[in-house]
Write a protein of this length. Structure first.
Length: 135
């Protein structure tokens, strides 16, 4: 088995796995390390919470389809073409809570002088964030 790079909101991980077509296949232990959920007979489980899914939906041989498991727990994913690189979003409930509470998540970016600035540094003050993407 080769490795798959998983880009997550606050870190990236290298896990044992491989990509086949649109599938990102990882072992069960990697599933917990990436998503924080375990595949059990009753479904995907985290502590006392379980989301009912069948192993047939997620298993391919001895491997778990990471993208299907992520979708089941409310995490969007995107697979880069012809690579073993997958990006995962924050859970949909986290995004929904941030939108309804009108609160942006903290992040750190360099200013025009190259000094790192965090959004938290400006708490309680009005701020304007300008973003640009070339695509």
């Amino acid at each position: 088995m080769s490795t798959v790079t998983v880009l997550m909101p606050h870190e990236s991980l290298e896990v044992d796995g491989h990509c086949v077509d649109d599938l990102v296949l990882v072992d069960r232990e990697s599933l917990h390390g990436v998503l924080g959920w375990d595949l059990k007979p009753q479904g995907l489980c985290r502590e006392s919470e379980c989301i009912p899914v069948t192993e047939i939906d997620l298993l391919h041989g001895d491997c778990v389809d990471l993208r299907a498991a992520a979708t089941a727990v409310g995490v969007s994913s995107m697979l880069a073409d012809d690579t073993d690189l997958v990006a995962l979003s924050v859970p949909s409930q986290t995004r929904s809570d941030a939108l309804s509470g009108r609160r942006a998540p903290n992040f750190v970016l360099p200013d025009l002088d190259g000094e790192d600035r965090s959004l938290e540094q400006f708490a309680g003050r009005k701020r304007l964030l300008v973003a640009f993407a070339s695509w």
